[in-house]
Write a protein that binds this ligand. Structure first.
Ligand SMILES: [Zn+2]
Length: 290
């Protein structure tokens, strides 16, 4: 899935090239999961002699230099653990891994974009079980964009491709905000998850948000789409966590929003209207939690 959250600034996070302790660099033929998607094969076909490969328990990495890609593994595994715990899922026995392709040179990324027919502005793309991204050494690390993309990978691994757009983006924002705060805390920074208020005039009706099949056309509406989706995930999860997890399962299996809501939150909300009345008030407030 194409994301509004750009990836161009993710990688300078660590001054040194730390890797997840389980990071191990191996040849393509030695990877535990050699299933490369067609889009992945397109990437590897560009400069085929130069790609290197490595893996950690839940991810496989394709890259040009270890010191560039290894820091990604620290975040990838960290986010994976936090999100799996949040979703109450355990996949330690799974053999299929997500693949992360790390480009370094803008010209290589451009060539890949052209071959893969991606939008020219895309700084990173999540597609099924794969994440493709461009590392930009000019820019310093900015927050949680990698976490957002990793969340899409983890959601796809747990629930497949049936999750609707608002829920996929909303959950990715929600989880990466929370996980990033704990990532920062683990490294000794004071951090609390932040969530910005939605002005009532910008508020997208829940039915419209839930039914969106593509991103809004204007930048400002796109920002509201992400923020409000995150708020709705946060609101439902805070209202009743087990109900929210059941709701997520139901949506991933293709239930309609109102049916999934009545099946999982039926004793709390009489319908979408009653949810919206409460949610609109909730969304209009800033949030800074633990
Ligand atoms: Zn996204």
């Amino acid at each position: 899935m194409k994301c509004f959250g750009f990836l161009f600034s993710v990688f300078a996070f660590f001054a040194s090239a730390r890797a997840d302790p389980t990071w191990s660099e191996v040849g393509l033929a030695q990877l535990s999961d050699k299933n490369i998607s067609p889009l992945g094969q397109t990437a590897l076909a560009l400069k085929p002699a130069e790609w290197k490969h490595a893996e950690t328990p839940n991810f496989i990495y394709h890259f040009f230099h270890g010191f560039v890609a290894a820091p990604v593994s620290v975040e990838a595994e960290f986010y994976y653990r936090v999100i799996a715990k949040e979703l109450e899922k355990d996949t330690t026995q799974w053999e299929r891994k997500s693949h992360i392709f790390v480009f370094e040179r803008p010209e290589d990324w451009k060539a890949f974009q052209q071959k893969a027919a991606l939008d020219p502005w895309t700084g990173g793309i999540h597609s099924g079980n794969d994440l493709f991204l461009l590392r930009d050494s000019e820019l310093k690390f900015k927050g949680r964009t990698l976490g957002h993309e990793i969340t899409h990978l983890v959601l796809h691994r747990f629930f497949g491709s049936g999750i609707p757009l608002w829920l996929n983006e909303g959950y990715a924002e929600y989880a990466s905000t929370r996980a990033y705060a704990s990532f920062e805390r683990a490294r000794g920074f004071r951090a609390k998850p932040q969530s910005q208020a939605i002005a009532p005039t910008d508020f997208i009706p829940v039915g419209k948000l839930a039914g969106a099949l593509s991103y809004p056309g204007e930048d400002k509406q796109v920002a509201t789409f992400y923020a409000e989706s995150e708020k709705l995930v946060r609101f439902l999860s805070a209202t009743n966590k087990p109900s929210f997890l059941a709701f997520l399962e139901a949506m991933a299996k293709g239930n309609k929003f109102d049916n999934a809501l009545s099946r999982t939150f039926g004793s709390r909300f009489t319908g979408v209207d009653s949810l919206e009345r409460e949610f609109k008030v909730y969304a209009s407030k800033d949030y800074a939690g633990e």
